[in-house]
Design a protein around this ligand. Structure first.
Ligand code: ATP
Ligand code: MG
Length: 500
């Protein structure tokens, strides 16, 4: 290179052009000499003339099923009477999506090589993984004859998981896929787990195992009747499942939790899903709510299942496919309705903007059969919350001091009280780094600070503000027909602008 930075010398340019031409010739020679390619030769040799004449049958699966496909294959390959030989197929970088038809015909191929199979280690449980084939040929010999299964996992260029089969007539190939389907469903690694649902850039679902960190019952501070109602709706169906079905009653159910931010909608949901250990629990929030249709299908396969739709108001007015199409909220309600009634499926919706949901719920009645308002804690609840969060600290406070705190915190949320204890602890640490005791004066200082009118924005940022504590009277006014008596008895939806 020209050290002065003025570009390549003529000599260098000529040398580069010669090398580049040689490289292109090499690529061309490797790409076009299909018959000489070792992968093509392997497939041809294994299938023979007759096998190669059969159609290739292709199956596409969602990427999150990669680990299930591998689980199914691992089992299927060990069944008696079957021999399977696995060969990795390496493709050049930036080249993906070679089809089995190409491997058979030898046409239009990149320079492929046989190698040890490449594996991607995917989670198959919370804290466990399974090595899954990404580009491999399985040479199978069983009662159906000799055939080839080509597995290609999703990669950065291709979002599909593709399984192809060659060497059998179409019906037999379909029978193989059906066997794998049964195993994928029976051994599904997601069944019974808590899963966070996300949607990737390409619109595909991504499932992540979550280690459920569910609060115990005594950490959920709600009026006892309300908590019992939540439990009855969520849990007792499971207990009476068979009797309900025998009596022709559906199992599908929808629960709406609404109320101001920080009052415990998510917290109560976490408690419930912690109790539903036999269930597949799918948690959706934000953008992933757009994928509710496919998630409902998945939940049906993995039932009994719970689908948690957090903060549904976030997508209340989004449109699934641009202007003029239905809103995501309508899609969501349609998906709830589309699920088979005898499926043991529970939908839990949370929102702090029930007013935004109201028109959609009125237009698509029957999806939510119980709606519960989780309101701001009353004095009794605040006392219990105070005690709950103070359990972890050395609180040195008289009953009279505590009464004052409870009175002064009228109108705040549960999360406010949790933050109050944290700040009181900080105040105490400032006085004594050893944290001898958190005294009333520390709590008072923390409370003064949090209630200071100048702290409005801080409270809002912490999600613990309740500046305008709504006097939420029932507003089942004209134009809104409550879908069911159960719903009518519990729902209270605010008209007009939200005042949380
Ligand atoms: N009823 C409650 N009992 C005990 N702790 C609670 C309760 N409500 C809230 N908390 C505490 O406050 C935190 C925040 O509450 P949570 O996330 O459940 O509020 P939310 O109602 O879902 O609010 P948002 O509408 O903003 O989603 C919880 O993690 C929990 O620690
Ligand atoms: Mg929440």
């Amino acid at each position: 290179m020209d050290a002065s930075g003025g570009g390549a010398t003529e000599d260098e340019a000529r040398r580069f052009a010669r090398d580049f031409r040689a490289f292109l010739e090499w690529v061309h020679a490797n790409a076009s000499s299909g018959s000489a390619n070792e992968v093509v030769a392997l497939v041809a040799g294994y299938l023979g003339e007759a096998g190669r004449a059969e159609s290739v049958v292709r199956r596409e699966l969602p990427p999150f099923d990669h680990v299930n496909l591998q689980t199914a294959l691992n089992h299927w390959l060990t069944l008696p009477g079957r021999r399977g030989d696995c060969r990795g197929v390496t493709t050049p970088p930036h080249w993906s999506g070679t089809s089995l038809t190409q491997l058979i015909s030898g046409e239009g191929l990149p320079p492929l090589r046989i190698a040890a199979p490449e594996l991607i280690d995917l989670p198959n449980g919370p804290g466990t993984t399974l090595a899954c084939l990404t580009s491999a040929l399985l040479l199978i010999d069983d009662h159906r004859g000799r055939y080839v299964v080509f597995v290609q996992g999703p990669d950065q260029h291709n979002n599909d998981l593709v399984v192809e089969l060659a060497g059998l007539d179409v019906e037999s190939a379909q029978a193989v896929f059906a066997e794998l389907d049964v195993l994928r469903s029976r051994l599904n690694v997601y069944r019974g787990h808590v899963l966070d649902v996300a949607v990737n850039q390409m619109g595909g679902l991504e499932l992540t195992f979550v280690v459920a960190d569910a609060p115990p019952r005594d950490c959920v501070i709600l009026p006892e009747a309300m908590l019992a109602r939540l439990e009855r709706h969520a849990l007792s169906i499971a207990v009476h499942r068979d009797a309900l079905l025998a009596a022709g009653q559906h199992l599908k159910r929808g629960l709406l939790l609404f109320g101001p931010p920080g009052t415990g909608k998510t917290h109560s949901t976490q408690y419930l899903i912690g109790q539903m250990s036999g269930y597949t629990r799918l948690i959706m929030t934000g953008r992933s709510l757009h994928a509710v249709g496919s998630v409902t299908g998945l939940a049906r396969d993995l039932q009994p299942a719970v689908i948690v739709l957090e903060d549904v108001d976030l997508v209340a007015s989004d449109r699934s496919f641009g202007p003029g199409t239905s809103t995501v909220l309508f899609d969501l309600l349609d998906a709830m309705d589309g699920a088979a009634p005898d499926a043991d499926l529970m939908f839990v919706l949370t929102t702090n903007r029930a007013d935004l949901l109201e028109p959609a719920l009125a237009a698509r009645p029957g999806r939510v059969d119980v709606a519960i308002e989780i309101a701001l804690p009353d004095a009794e609840a605040r006392r219990r919350l105070f005690d709950l969060y103070a359990r972890a600290i050395p609180l040195d406070c008289s009953d009279a001091d505590r009464d004052v705190m409870i009175e002064r915190t009228d109108g705040v949320t549960a999360s406010f009280l949790k933050e109050l204890i944290r700040r009181a602890t900080l105040e105490a640490l400032q006085d004594d780094a050893e944290l001898g005791a958190v005294r009333a004066e520390h709590v008072t200082r923390a409370l003064d600070d949090l209630l200071d009118s100048a702290q409005t924005v801080t409270r809002t940022l912490l999600g613990i503000g309740a500046d305008e504590i709504a006097d939420a009277g029932p507003i089942d006014g004209p134009g809104y027909v409550f879908p069911s008596p159960a719903y009518r008895s519990t729902v209270r939806i605010r008209r007009g602008p939200t005042r949380y």
